[in-house]
Design a protein around this ligand. Structure first.
Ligand code: FES
Length: 234
């Protein structure tokens, strides 16, 4: 085999076939779902944010060949598999009540009032199984039912609000919003107060750092980077 042909062969990527909204595309086998969609020529305008698995904007439902299950994942961190049937969910049309934390108490009554549907939970664990972050979603819903705000905060802390739990839930609970309420209640009523933070907020409000802010706003990106890396580390 000529050297050129050999080189071309070794450079040929392994490809797999995925179905994007029902249309088959050949994509590199080592691509993420997001990379595969873009490789196939689609421009992602909604349903992408950080591209690193932090923002939860890229929820995806997929099926695999000869498998009855619906799988869920984040498009930016899940790798493609041959025969994957992909459906992007750039937004989840879930209920999002408006509430005033000052009118709520950090106990079960807050959940009874804002998210009474959590008491319909049938403990099927589908929410936990559909979480791309592998969070114990059902456990924090159970904690909310007991009014255990600290447990709701702790168990839901890494939630990205991708919404996959909510669209699979047979009781139509919006688990990720329940987690947000728990974390807000914990932050407002139960977390240890930081005297340092209070002091710094007062200083900012008193315009103590306005001169420094102004200087920073006028710096170039390079100057900012230099200053950032030379900062005092705690
Ligand atoms: S784009 Fe942010 S989690 Fe995927």
């Amino acid at each position: 085999m000529a050297e050129k042909q050999k080189k071309e062969k070794s450079e040929t990527k392994e490809m797999v076939t995925v179905l994007i909204m029902g249309k088959a595309h050949k994509v590199p086998a080592d691509a993420t779902i997001m990379g595969a969609i873009e490789y196939a020529g689609y421009q992602i305008k909604r349903g992408a944010g950080c591209r690193e698995g932090f923002c939860g904007a890229c929820a995806t439902a997929y099926r695999l060949p000869n498998d009855y299950k619906i799988y869920t994942g984040l498009a930016c961190t899940t790798l493609v598999q041959d025969g994957m049937w992909l459906a992007q969910l750039p937004a989840i049309p879930a209920q999002k009540p408006v509430y005033n934390l000052d009118e709520l108490k950090p106990d079960v009554t807050a959940f009874q009032r804002i998210y009474p549907e959590i008491f319909r939970c049938v403990a099927c664990n589908t929410c936990t199984k559909s979480c791309p972050q592998d969070l114990e979603v059902m456990d924090y819903i159970q904690a909310a039912k007991r009014g255990d705000i600290a447990a709701v905060m702790d168990l839901s802390f890494d939630c990205l609000s991708c919404g996959m739990c909510a669209i699979r839930c047979p009781a139509e609970i919006t688990q990720y919003n329940v987690g947000i309420l728990g974390r807000r209640l914990f932050g407002k009523y139960l977390s240890k107060k930081s005297e340092q933070l209070d002091k710094r907020i007062k200083e900012v409000a008193a315009k103590k750092f306005d001169k420094e802010f102004k200087e920073l706003m006028q710096m170039s990106e390079e100057e900012l980077k230099k200053k950032y890396y030379a900062r005092d580390m705690e």
